[in-house]
Design a protein around this ligand. Structure first.
Ligand code: SAH
Ligand code: SF4
Ligand code: F3S
Length: 481
């Protein structure tokens, strides 16, 4: 495992090794030397700030960046007033891109004040050539750009920025590699995300993820188990298995295994208390998975099952490969089999060609399935996707109206669903001291609902029984039993 490798023992006067991850450890050792020089010159350690813009997978990648920065000696800070700032970007909707450009503009002045400052960009947005062009012309003060496929090379690229002037760009079109055993710095000591697969092969017609994350690749089960065992030994009690479509996990492995089978094995890991996963594509959700969830003591009572639209016609144009009826049947079957489960979803409003009648179909599904929560998004046109070329884009006014109407139904349903637990007892993992009221701590129930209870920092990271005393809309006020 990585933490057994001592950077100081690596001979940095020799040539870099050609195998991974040894090569990256060599560059970490080289970077560490640079960091020590900085320290000598400035009388302090250099600081680094990693900012995440995207999804859980993006956040997990940021932990890899943080792990390497820590390993080489940076002090991580939350402020972008740091010596090294890296933005891990997202491009799933245009507003994610706009946020990156806005924040990047703010960094320009900081860099002028701190001549030693380095700025790096990585993540999904960097896989788009139009973005790279724009950064080259309008944000030429950026020092390093890399993409999603070569993130494992971060130590090497970081070292290159010390050695050369000007912008370094290293973007790969795709990859079939997975490099294991690099350092990671977890945000929470007691819970962690774990990649089980990378990329996506589904090509939903609105979605840019398959273009920027490449083809689907599953990690070897043994690598996953080893990582989980290591995390558990390190104090982790809850894990979230991550993939764009976890239900197709393992299909392309040399010895194929299903996601349900993987879960059965993960369940056996001693000391692990809770298992979550994300995201499930409805078209691939098997009865076996429902059975495993039902029989499990550790798999949390929460399933995120993106609907996207309730109209079969729109679903077809979205290339989702299920109908309204298939989705509803599946959701109701899950509710029947696992009555205490929380079902959450993603919905897009304003997909090209969506009529008011289509939206009514979506609302009908929300009312029938009674989602415990739903993330509603306004359709965002992504260059290069099939939907971007569809002609009948929906007017802004219709989208806004539809969005507000849907949001109201979603909120009413979620509130109604949340209320059904009032007076019951549940197990919560306490995650943090409440940000607004220091006398409270905030925990998460198995069904992903939030509960605030009186308590102090000593409870953080612990699983406790709580009574759910009062429902306040989408969350609970409770007491530790
Ligand atoms: N792999 C996951 C979703 C990843 S993206 C899945 O298939 O469920 C997260 C969510 O962003 C999607 O579920 C979808 O609702 C939304 N999304 C993706 N592309 C979008 C676009 N072009 N416009 C608006 N929302 C989008
Ligand atoms: Fe995008 Fe569809 Fe893949 Fe999810 S399954 S990442 S929505 S293409
Ligand atoms: Fe965004 Fe990339 Fe995740 S586009 S949603 S960060 S996979």
């Amino acid at each position: 495992m990585y933490n057994e490798i001592k950077l100081d023992k690596i001979d940095i006067t020799s040539k870099p090794p050609n195998v991974e991850p040894a090569r990256q450890y060599y560059f970490m050792a080289k970077c560490r030397e640079k960091v020590r020089m900085f320290e000598q010159e400035n009388g302090r350690r250099p600081t680094a700030c990693v900012t995440t813009f995207g999804c859980q997978m993006n956040a997990r990648d940021s932990e890899k960046l943080s792990g390497i920065l820590k390993e080489v000696g940076y002090r991580e800070v939350a402020s972008e007033e740091a010596d090294f700032v890296i933005f891990n970007t997202c491009t799933v909707r245009d507003n994610a891109n706009q946020r990156v450009y806005g924040r990047l503009g703010e960094l320009k002045g900081r860099k002028r004040r701190n001549r030693q400052m380095k700025i790096a960009l990585c993540g999904c947005m960097m896989q788009e050539s139009s973005v790279i062009e724009k950064i080259r012309t309008s944000y030429s003060f950026v020092d390093l750009i890399f993409g999603t496929h070569n993130i494992y090379k971060f130590a090497e690229l970081l070292y290159n920025t010390f050695e050369s002037e000007g912008m370094i760009t290293d973007i790969w079109e795709d990859t079939d590699r997975i490099v294991e055993d690099l350092p990671m710095e977890r945000k929470y000591p007691f819970k962690s995300g774990i990649n089980i697969m990378f990329g996506c092969n589904n090509f939903c017609s609105y979605c840019i993820v398959p273009y920027v994350r490449g083809r689907e690749r599953s990690r070897e089960p043994e690598d996953i188990f080893r990582e989980i065992r290591g995390l558990v030994a390190d104090g982790v009690v809850e894990i979230m298995l991550l993939g764009q479509n976890v239900n197709s996990y393992g299909r392309n492995l040399k010895y194929p295994i299903t996601f349900a089978e993987l879960l059965r094995e993960v369940e056996k890991i001693d000391g692990l208390r809770r298992i979550r996963f994300m995201t499930s594509h409805p078209k691939d959700l098997s009865d076996d998975l429902i059975r495993v969830m039902k029989e499990s003591d550790k798999i949390c009572r929460h399933l995120h099952l993106p609907l996207q639209s309730g109209s079969t016609g729109i679903l077809q144009r979205m290339n989702r490969r299920y109908t309204k009826e298939q989705y509803v049947d599946l959701a109701l079957k899950i509710r029947r089999e696992i009555p205490d489960i929380a079902l959450t979803t993603d919905i897009i409003v304003g997909f090209p060609g969506e009529t008011k009648a289509d939206l009514e179909e979506t609302i009908d599904v929300v009312r029938t399935v009674k989602f415990d929560n739903a993330f509603t998004f306004i359709y965002s046109k992504r260059t290069g996707t099939p939907a971007a070329a569809m002609e009948d884009q929906v007017s802004e006014e219709q989208v806004r109206e539809g969005f507000e109407r849907l949001l109201k139904v979603v909120q009413d349903t979620a509130r109604e669903q949340a209320a059904r637990y009032e007076g019951s007892v549940g197990e919560a993992l306490i995650e943090e001291v409440n940000r607004d009221d220091g006398a409270l701590v905030t925990g998460r129930l198995s069904n992903n609902m939030i509960v605030h209870v009186p308590g102090d920092a000593s409870l953080v990271g612990k699983l406790v029984q709580v009574s759910l005393d009062e429902c306040r809309g989408f969350y609970y006020m409770g007491t530790v039993l």
